[in-house]
Design a protein around this ligand. Sequence first.
Ligand SMILES: Nc1ncnc2c1ncn2[C@@H]1O[C@H](COP(=O)(O)OP(=O)(O)OP(=O)(O)O)[C@@H](O)[C@H]1O
Ligand SMILES: O=P(O)(O)OC[C@H]1O[C@H](OP(=O)(O)OP(=O)(O)O)[C@H](O)[C@@H]1O
Ligand SMILES: [Mg+2]
Length: 283
Amino acid sequence: MRIAVPNKGRLHEPTIDLLERAGLHLENGADRKLYADTVDPDVSVLFARAADIPEYVADGAADLGITGLDQVHEARVDDVEELLDLEFGRCRLVLAAPEDGDIEGVADLAGKTVATEFPNVTADFFADTGVSPDIVEVTGATELTPHVEMADAIVDITSTGTTLKMNRLAVVDEVLSSSVRLFGRTDVVDDPKVREVRTALSSVKQAEGKRYLMMNVPEDRLEAVRDVIPGMGGPTVMDVANGGGKVAVHAVVDERDVFETITEVKKAGASDILVTEIERLVE
Ligand SMILES: Nc1ncnc2c1ncn2[C@@H]1O[C@H](COP(=O)(O)OP(=O)(O)OP(=O)(O)O)[C@@H](O)[C@H]1O
Ligand SMILES: O=P(O)(O)OC[C@H]1O[C@H](OP(=O)(O)OP(=O)(O)O)[C@H](O)[C@@H]1O
Ligand SMILES: [Mg+2]
Protein backbone atom coordinates (compact mmCIF):
# COMPACT_ATOMS: atom_id res chain seq x y z
CA MET A 1 0.00 0.00 0.00
CA ARG A 2 1.42 3.36 -1.02
CA ILE A 3 0.71 6.85 0.37
CA ALA A 4 1.48 9.94 -1.74
CA VAL A 5 2.71 12.86 0.38
CA PRO A 6 3.97 16.38 -0.48
CA ASN A 7 7.65 16.34 -1.44
CA LYS A 8 8.23 20.00 -0.55
CA GLY A 9 6.43 23.20 0.31
CA ARG A 10 4.70 24.00 3.57
CA LEU A 11 2.81 20.70 3.76
CA HIS A 12 5.90 18.46 3.59
CA GLU A 13 7.17 18.67 7.16
CA PRO A 14 3.85 18.52 9.03
CA THR A 15 2.84 15.51 6.93
CA ILE A 16 6.06 13.61 7.68
CA ASP A 17 5.73 14.58 11.33
CA LEU A 18 2.17 13.21 11.42
CA LEU A 19 3.23 9.90 9.82
CA GLU A 20 6.03 9.57 12.38
CA ARG A 21 3.69 10.29 15.30
CA ALA A 22 1.27 7.72 13.91
CA GLY A 23 4.06 5.14 14.14
CA LEU A 24 4.75 5.04 10.39
CA HIS A 25 8.43 5.84 10.74
CA LEU A 26 10.15 6.49 7.38
CA GLU A 27 13.17 4.33 6.61
CA ASN A 28 16.14 4.64 4.26
CA GLY A 29 16.38 8.47 4.19
CA ALA A 30 13.60 10.36 2.50
CA ASP A 31 15.70 13.24 1.18
CA ARG A 32 15.55 13.77 -2.57
CA LYS A 33 14.05 10.35 -3.11
CA LEU A 34 10.86 9.49 -4.89
CA TYR A 35 9.96 6.64 -2.58
CA ALA A 36 10.60 5.69 1.03
CA ASP A 37 9.78 2.55 2.97
CA THR A 38 8.19 2.68 6.38
CA VAL A 39 8.60 0.42 9.41
CA ASP A 40 5.52 -1.38 8.14
CA PRO A 41 6.71 -3.54 5.22
CA ASP A 42 3.26 -3.20 3.63
CA VAL A 43 3.27 0.62 3.61
CA SER A 44 5.51 2.80 1.43
CA VAL A 45 5.53 6.51 0.74
CA LEU A 46 5.68 8.30 -2.61
CA PHE A 47 6.82 11.95 -2.64
CA ALA A 48 5.00 14.19 -5.11
CA ARG A 49 4.00 17.82 -5.59
CA ALA A 50 0.99 18.79 -3.52
CA ALA A 51 -0.92 19.59 -6.71
CA ASP A 52 -0.16 16.24 -8.36
CA ILE A 53 -1.15 14.01 -5.44
CA PRO A 54 -4.88 13.64 -6.27
CA GLU A 55 -3.98 12.51 -9.79
CA TYR A 56 -1.43 10.00 -8.49
CA VAL A 57 -4.10 8.46 -6.27
CA ALA A 58 -6.76 8.42 -8.98
CA ASP A 59 -4.33 6.84 -11.46
CA GLY A 60 -3.21 4.13 -9.05
CA ALA A 61 0.41 5.30 -8.62
CA ALA A 62 -0.57 5.56 -4.93
CA ASP A 63 -3.56 4.25 -2.98
CA LEU A 64 -3.83 7.03 -0.42
CA GLY A 65 -2.93 10.70 -0.66
CA ILE A 66 -2.32 13.52 1.78
CA THR A 67 -2.79 17.05 0.40
CA GLY A 68 -4.97 20.15 0.60
CA LEU A 69 -8.67 19.93 -0.20
CA ASP A 70 -8.10 22.79 -2.67
CA GLN A 71 -5.81 20.52 -4.66
CA VAL A 72 -8.28 17.64 -4.58
CA HIS A 73 -11.03 19.89 -5.97
CA GLU A 74 -8.73 21.45 -8.55
CA ALA A 75 -7.68 18.02 -9.87
CA ARG A 76 -11.35 17.10 -10.51
CA VAL A 77 -10.59 13.44 -9.95
CA ASP A 78 -13.33 10.83 -9.85
CA ASP A 79 -13.28 7.75 -7.70
CA VAL A 80 -11.44 9.18 -4.70
CA GLU A 81 -12.93 9.53 -1.24
CA GLU A 82 -12.00 11.67 1.71
CA LEU A 83 -11.08 9.56 4.74
CA LEU A 84 -9.93 12.11 7.32
CA ASP A 85 -9.58 15.84 7.88
CA LEU A 86 -6.03 16.23 9.16
CA GLU A 87 -6.76 19.81 10.26
CA PHE A 88 -3.51 21.48 9.27
CA GLY A 89 -2.72 23.62 6.19
CA ARG A 90 -5.89 25.54 6.93
CA CYS A 91 -6.53 28.26 4.40
CA ARG A 92 -9.29 29.79 2.31
CA LEU A 93 -9.49 30.17 -1.44
CA VAL A 94 -11.01 33.59 -1.93
CA LEU A 95 -12.09 35.86 -4.73
CA ALA A 96 -10.25 39.15 -4.13
CA ALA A 97 -10.06 42.48 -5.96
CA PRO A 98 -8.24 45.82 -5.52
CA GLU A 99 -9.35 47.54 -2.29
CA ASP A 100 -10.02 50.86 -3.98
CA GLY A 101 -11.60 49.44 -7.17
CA ASP A 102 -15.26 49.04 -8.09
CA ILE A 103 -15.56 45.26 -7.71
CA GLU A 104 -17.66 44.71 -4.62
CA GLY A 105 -19.54 41.56 -5.48
CA VAL A 106 -19.49 38.58 -7.82
CA ALA A 107 -21.93 40.30 -10.21
CA ASP A 108 -19.36 43.04 -10.86
CA LEU A 109 -17.15 40.46 -12.59
CA ALA A 110 -19.34 40.02 -15.67
CA GLY A 111 -17.10 40.56 -18.71
CA LYS A 112 -13.99 40.88 -16.52
CA THR A 113 -10.86 38.74 -16.05
CA VAL A 114 -9.91 36.62 -13.04
CA ALA A 115 -6.36 35.27 -12.59
CA THR A 116 -5.74 32.13 -10.54
CA GLU A 117 -3.63 29.05 -9.93
CA PHE A 118 -6.95 27.22 -9.52
CA PRO A 119 -8.78 27.53 -12.86
CA ASN A 120 -11.06 24.53 -12.29
CA VAL A 121 -12.17 25.52 -8.79
CA THR A 122 -12.68 29.07 -10.08
CA ALA A 123 -14.74 27.88 -13.07
CA ASP A 124 -16.89 25.72 -10.75
CA PHE A 125 -17.41 28.66 -8.41
CA PHE A 126 -18.57 30.98 -11.19
CA ALA A 127 -20.72 28.26 -12.78
CA ASP A 128 -22.90 28.44 -9.67
CA THR A 129 -23.21 32.23 -9.84
CA GLY A 130 -24.35 32.72 -13.42
CA VAL A 131 -21.49 35.19 -13.99
CA SER A 132 -18.75 34.00 -16.34
CA PRO A 133 -15.59 36.11 -16.39
CA ASP A 134 -12.51 35.08 -18.38
CA ILE A 135 -10.25 32.90 -16.27
CA VAL A 136 -6.50 33.29 -16.77
CA GLU A 137 -4.25 30.61 -15.30
CA VAL A 138 -1.02 31.73 -13.62
CA THR A 139 1.51 29.63 -11.71
CA GLY A 140 2.37 32.02 -8.87
CA ALA A 141 2.44 35.62 -7.65
CA THR A 142 -1.26 35.82 -8.48
CA GLU A 143 -1.66 38.84 -6.19
CA LEU A 144 0.37 40.91 -8.62
CA THR A 145 -1.89 40.42 -11.65
CA PRO A 146 -4.54 43.09 -10.86
CA HIS A 147 -1.76 45.68 -10.58
CA VAL A 148 -0.26 44.94 -13.98
CA GLU A 149 -3.61 44.95 -15.78
CA MET A 150 -3.56 41.23 -16.38
CA ALA A 151 -6.70 40.69 -14.34
CA ASP A 152 -9.49 42.55 -12.57
CA ALA A 153 -9.64 40.10 -9.68
CA ILE A 154 -7.96 36.93 -8.44
CA VAL A 155 -8.89 33.64 -6.81
CA ASP A 156 -6.07 32.74 -4.45
CA ILE A 157 -5.15 31.21 -1.13
CA THR A 158 -5.25 33.31 2.00
CA SER A 159 -4.62 32.37 5.60
CA THR A 160 -3.35 35.29 7.70
CA GLY A 161 -4.45 37.79 5.04
CA THR A 162 -1.00 39.44 5.01
CA THR A 163 -0.29 38.85 1.32
CA LEU A 164 -3.66 40.27 0.23
CA LYS A 165 -3.20 43.32 2.45
CA MET A 166 0.35 43.89 1.23
CA ASN A 167 -0.99 43.90 -2.31
CA ARG A 168 -3.95 46.18 -1.45
CA LEU A 169 -6.52 43.50 -2.28
CA ALA A 170 -9.78 42.86 -0.43
CA VAL A 171 -11.82 39.66 -0.17
CA VAL A 172 -14.96 39.78 -2.31
CA ASP A 173 -16.20 36.26 -1.63
CA GLU A 174 -15.10 32.89 -0.24
CA VAL A 175 -14.64 30.15 -2.83
CA LEU A 176 -13.50 27.21 -0.68
CA SER A 177 -12.39 26.54 2.86
CA SER A 178 -9.48 24.08 2.82
CA SER A 179 -7.32 21.97 5.09
CA VAL A 180 -5.18 18.91 4.51
CA ARG A 181 -7.09 15.67 3.98
CA LEU A 182 -6.31 11.98 3.83
CA PHE A 183 -8.10 10.53 0.85
CA GLY A 184 -8.06 7.25 -0.99
CA ARG A 185 -9.15 5.62 -4.21
CA THR A 186 -12.67 4.31 -3.83
CA ASP A 187 -11.65 0.73 -4.67
CA VAL A 188 -9.18 0.55 -1.77
CA VAL A 189 -10.91 2.45 1.04
CA ASP A 190 -12.23 -0.74 2.64
CA ASP A 191 -8.89 -2.52 2.43
CA PRO A 192 -7.79 -3.58 5.98
CA LYS A 193 -4.38 -1.91 5.56
CA VAL A 194 -6.00 1.35 4.49
CA ARG A 195 -8.25 1.22 7.54
CA GLU A 196 -5.19 0.57 9.72
CA VAL A 197 -3.41 3.65 8.35
CA ARG A 198 -6.54 5.75 8.76
CA THR A 199 -6.93 4.62 12.38
CA ALA A 200 -3.26 5.35 13.11
CA LEU A 201 -3.50 8.90 11.71
CA SER A 202 -6.84 9.47 13.37
CA SER A 203 -5.42 8.35 16.74
CA VAL A 204 -2.81 11.12 16.56
CA LYS A 205 -5.52 13.70 15.87
CA GLN A 206 -7.64 12.32 18.73
CA ALA A 207 -4.72 12.66 21.15
CA GLU A 208 -3.98 16.28 20.19
CA GLY A 209 -5.20 18.67 22.85
CA LYS A 210 -5.67 15.85 25.39
CA ARG A 211 -3.67 15.10 28.55
CA TYR A 212 -3.41 11.99 30.72
CA LEU A 213 -3.91 12.64 34.42
CA MET A 214 -2.78 10.20 37.13
CA MET A 215 -3.31 10.64 40.85
CA ASN A 216 -3.65 8.80 44.12
CA VAL A 217 -6.94 9.08 45.98
CA PRO A 218 -8.02 7.84 49.43
CA GLU A 219 -10.78 5.30 48.82
CA ASP A 220 -13.27 7.29 50.85
CA ARG A 221 -12.63 10.35 48.61
CA LEU A 222 -13.07 8.44 45.34
CA GLU A 223 -16.63 9.59 44.66
CA ALA A 224 -15.73 13.24 45.29
CA VAL A 225 -12.79 12.98 42.86
CA ARG A 226 -14.86 11.13 40.26
CA ASP A 227 -17.41 13.95 40.36
CA VAL A 228 -14.92 16.62 39.32
CA ILE A 229 -13.12 14.73 36.53
CA PRO A 230 -14.53 15.73 33.15
CA GLY A 231 -14.03 13.90 29.90
CA MET A 232 -13.85 10.57 28.27
CA GLY A 233 -15.97 7.78 29.69
CA GLY A 234 -14.98 8.39 33.33
CA PRO A 235 -11.70 7.64 35.07
CA THR A 236 -9.95 4.28 35.42
CA VAL A 237 -9.54 3.25 39.05
CA MET A 238 -6.80 0.81 40.10
CA ASP A 239 -5.72 -0.69 43.37
CA VAL A 240 -2.31 0.40 44.59
CA ALA A 241 -0.09 -2.31 46.11
CA ASN A 242 0.42 -1.42 49.79
CA GLY A 243 -1.54 1.72 49.04
CA GLY A 244 -2.74 2.17 52.59
CA GLY A 245 -6.35 2.78 51.60
CA LYS A 246 -5.48 4.69 48.45
CA VAL A 247 -6.38 3.91 44.83
CA ALA A 248 -4.82 5.19 41.60
CA VAL A 249 -7.11 7.18 39.33
CA HIS A 250 -6.24 7.77 35.67
CA ALA A 251 -8.21 9.95 33.27
CA VAL A 252 -7.99 11.58 29.84
CA VAL A 253 -8.80 15.26 30.07
CA ASP A 254 -8.99 18.13 27.55
CA GLU A 255 -5.84 20.23 27.76
CA ARG A 256 -7.91 23.35 28.44
CA ASP A 257 -9.58 21.67 31.46
CA VAL A 258 -6.33 20.45 33.07
CA PHE A 259 -5.66 23.52 35.21
CA GLU A 260 -9.12 23.61 36.73
CA THR A 261 -9.30 19.82 37.12
CA ILE A 262 -6.07 19.72 39.13
CA THR A 263 -7.38 22.38 41.50
CA GLU A 264 -10.66 20.50 41.88
CA VAL A 265 -9.23 16.99 42.40
CA LYS A 266 -6.73 18.33 44.94
CA LYS A 267 -9.59 19.94 46.83
CA ALA A 268 -11.47 16.63 46.65
CA GLY A 269 -8.55 14.78 48.27
CA ALA A 270 -6.23 13.60 45.43
CA SER A 271 -2.44 13.71 45.78
CA ASP A 272 0.67 12.76 43.73
CA ILE A 273 -0.89 14.18 40.58
CA LEU A 274 0.94 13.53 37.30
CA VAL A 275 0.08 15.08 33.92
CA THR A 276 1.49 13.60 30.71
CA GLU A 277 1.02 14.05 26.98
CA ILE A 278 -0.74 11.38 24.97
CA GLU A 279 0.86 10.18 21.74
CA ARG A 280 -2.09 8.37 20.27
CA LEU A 281 -5.63 7.62 21.30
CA VAL A 282 -7.55 4.82 19.60
CA GLU A 283 -11.21 4.94 20.54
N1 LIG B 1 -0.64 30.48 3.31
C1 LIG B 1 -1.10 29.26 3.49
N2 LIG B 1 -1.60 28.88 4.67
C2 LIG B 1 -2.07 27.63 4.86
N3 LIG B 1 -2.09 26.68 3.91
C3 LIG B 1 -1.60 26.99 2.72
C4 LIG B 1 -1.08 28.28 2.44
N4 LIG B 1 -0.64 28.30 1.19
C5 LIG B 1 -0.88 27.07 0.71
N5 LIG B 1 -1.47 26.28 1.62
C6 LIG B 1 -1.87 24.87 1.45
O1 LIG B 1 -0.72 24.16 1.05
C7 LIG B 1 -0.90 23.60 -0.24
C8 LIG B 1 0.41 23.60 -0.97
O2 LIG B 1 0.94 24.89 -0.94
P1 LIG B 1 2.51 25.14 -1.00
O3 LIG B 1 2.69 26.58 -1.23
O4 LIG B 1 3.19 24.47 0.13
O5 LIG B 1 2.86 24.24 -2.18
P2 LIG B 1 3.37 24.66 -3.52
O6 LIG B 1 2.80 26.01 -3.86
O7 LIG B 1 3.09 23.49 -4.38
O8 LIG B 1 4.90 24.72 -3.16
P3 LIG B 1 5.85 25.92 -3.39
O9 LIG B 1 5.09 27.16 -2.97
O10 LIG B 1 7.02 25.63 -2.48
O11 LIG B 1 6.17 25.82 -4.83
C9 LIG B 1 -2.00 24.45 -0.85
O12 LIG B 1 -2.64 23.75 -1.87
C10 LIG B 1 -2.89 24.72 0.32
O13 LIG B 1 -3.71 23.60 0.59
O1 LIG C 1 -2.66 35.01 3.87
P1 LIG C 1 -1.19 34.71 3.94
O2 LIG C 1 -0.79 34.17 5.27
O3 LIG C 1 -0.35 35.88 3.52
O4 LIG C 1 -0.88 33.50 2.93
C1 LIG C 1 -1.25 33.55 1.58
C2 LIG C 1 -0.10 33.25 0.66
O5 LIG C 1 0.47 31.97 0.95
C3 LIG C 1 0.63 31.26 -0.28
O6 LIG C 1 1.81 31.58 -0.90
P2 LIG C 1 3.19 30.79 -0.64
O7 LIG C 1 3.83 31.34 0.60
O8 LIG C 1 2.96 29.33 -0.66
O9 LIG C 1 4.05 31.21 -1.88
P3 LIG C 1 3.90 30.69 -3.38
O10 LIG C 1 3.05 31.73 -4.05
O11 LIG C 1 5.30 30.67 -3.86
O12 LIG C 1 3.27 29.33 -3.40
C4 LIG C 1 -0.53 31.76 -1.13
O13 LIG C 1 -0.31 31.54 -2.50
C5 LIG C 1 -0.61 33.22 -0.77
O14 LIG C 1 0.19 34.01 -1.59
MG1 LIG D 1 2.68 27.97 -2.44
